[in-house]
Ligand binder design. Structure first.
Ligand code: DC
Length: 230
């Protein structure tokens, strides 16, 4: 990878496809920064809960989120999410946040705010792997390489269950499967920034692939595209 080449790579897909870990590993192999946009929507959901803001009060939600000045501490690996300059990484993965993040992320005014923030981050970090639901379709339509990761819902529930049990938490796979199906439905049917596979994205079904296989596949694709450009 030429060290000064500005490049944006997007990775979108539903929950539980391993996007975050894959994006982080790919960024590390290619010497790029890694942006977890789900963390930004999770931070917004945590703010809504912790400040007791009614879900239907979109104006109050956006105002409070704006006042938090969400940003990342890029000295950490992975970059830590900050609100009001305080790290909130521990808070944003809690089950109460996960349970409301999808409807909160559907608020159009909140999405507009996040899209603007993500583009500012790209100006500050022009060599970026950005991961989410709308990165290739809405935020960075001119990305150099776009990926869409997918996997069978049952396999995604199994992986989430493994992760939770490894963290010492209960991982009821039947419940996880119901939640995954509901989150897919909610993320892909919202009117603004829905989860879609952009027509120009490379779609990778990870159901039967190991983590290493997926990262290798993406790295090979990026290196081939860059080589063709130079
Ligand atoms: O990737 P994740 O599970 O941390 O994402 C949390 C939620 O945020 C998910 O339900 C959808 C939403 N999200 C979004 O709407 N747009 C993004 N770019 C990233 C996440």
């Amino acid at each position: 990878m030429p060290p000064d080449l500005p490049i944006i790579i997007t990775i979108d897909g539903p929950a539980g496809t391993g996007k975050s870990s894959v994006a982080r590993a790919l960024a590390s192999r290619l010497g790029l920064d890694f942006l977890d946009t789900g963390a930004m929507y999770r931070a917004a959901a945590a703010i809504v809960i912790d400040h007791g803001i009614p879900h239907e009060d979109h104006r109050a939600i956006v105002e409070k989120v704006r006042s938090a000045d969400l940003h990342f501490d890029w000295s950490m690996d992975p970059p830590a999410m900050l609100a009001w300059d305080r790290p909130i990484n521990g808070r944003i993965r809690k089950p109460d946040v996960t349970s409301i993040v999808s409807p909160i992320s559907a608020i159009p005014e909140l999405r507009a705010h996040m899209v603007q923030k993500q583009r500012i981050i790209w100006h500050q970090h022009p060599r970026l792997v950005s991961e989410g639901r709308d990165q290739g379709s809405v935020v960075f339509p001119d990305a150099a390489v776009k990926f869409y990761l997918d996997a069978d819902p049952a396999e995604r529930a199994r992986r989430r269950g493994d992760q939770l049990r490894a963290a010492g938490l209960p991982g009821d796979e039947a419940r996880l499967l119901r939640e995954i199906i509901e989150r897919d439905r909610s993320d892909s049917t919202r009117p603004v920034g829905p989860l879609v596979c952009p027509p120009d994205a490379v779609r990778v079904d990870t159901t039967r692939l190991s983590f290493e296989d997926v990262v290798n596949r993406l790295e090979d694709e990026v290196r081939a595209r860059i080589a063709a450009l130079l």
